[in-house]
Unconditional design. Structure first.
Length: 237
């Protein structure tokens, strides 16, 4: 007899992420613009990233873990060195601990609770993340975080594409119907990722603020061959 299929699910938003954690699934948190992409770059540089939920002061958490809080993109370098811009970590100091707060990816990761494992997945590390999650041999939920606005979650095409890229690396028989459709959608547009990210709502917002290079960086499929996993409250390789 062959190996029993391991179900790979697609979910959206922090509520569904918490449910997946309660089931004991491994959780892949996908927030392409920009938390997950930034985490992948940071851990590649040897940085320990502590996710901070949006309703908590990152300065308080940074003091507890002996690290530094991330700041707004516009506040680098006056108020701090690191932000949710992945480019702010390209020359990061290895070994430093950085606390990153965001209403989407960081909040979902920080609330993951009882998940068997938590990974930060993005287009830039999709294949490596899928391999690491699959190696656990248990159910996996790929969480497209979306844009949180109060009690609602807005669909974010960049996270759907990132989730599809991760799902594309799992065995086909393992996928739920929702995950299969997401994966197939990614396959159709995988050659147009940069254009799509620059023209989606979140990408246009960053572009208008002068952060187009962040979007272009985030659109680079499998730029990094590493999985960022949450261990003892921080993401590491």
């Amino acid at each position: 007899m062959g190996r029993a299929a391991v179900l790979i699910r697609l979910a959206c938003g922090p509520v569904e992420g918490a449910r997946a954690a309660e089931r004991g699934d491994a959780l892949v948190v996908v927030d392409v613009l920009s938390f997950s992409t930034t985490v992948a770059v940071a851990v590649a540089r040897g940085v320990r990233v502590h996710p901070c939920p949006w309703d908590r002061d990152p300065r308080e958490l940074a003091e507890l873990v002996g690290g530094v809080p991330g700041v707004r993109r516009e506040e680098v370098p006056v108020l701090g060195r690191y932000s949710l811009s992945p480019l702010s970590f390209l020359d990061a100091t290895p070994g430093v601990a950085v606390v990153l707060a965001s209403p989407n990816g960081a909040t979902c990761a920080a609330l993951a609770g009882r998940a068997a494992a938590v990974f930060a997945g993005a287009l830039v590390n999709a294949s490596a993340t899928a391999r690491a999650a699959a190696a656990l041999g248990r159910p996996v939920t790929v969480l497209a975080c979306g844009e949180c606005a109060g009690d609602s979650v807005r669909f974010a095409v960049e996270d759907w594409l990132g989730a599809g890229a991760v799902l594309d690396c799992f065995a086909e028989r393992d996928l739920s119907v929702e995950a299969e459709v997401c994966r197939d959608g990614f396959r159709v547009v995988r050659d147009r990722l940069e254009r799509l990210l620059l023209d989606c709502a979140s990408g246009r917002e960053l572009l208008d603020r002068g952060w187009g290079d962040d979007v272009r960086f985030a659109a680079c499929l499998d730029r990094l061959d590493l999985a960022a996993r949450l261990q003892d409250g921080c993401f590491v390789t």
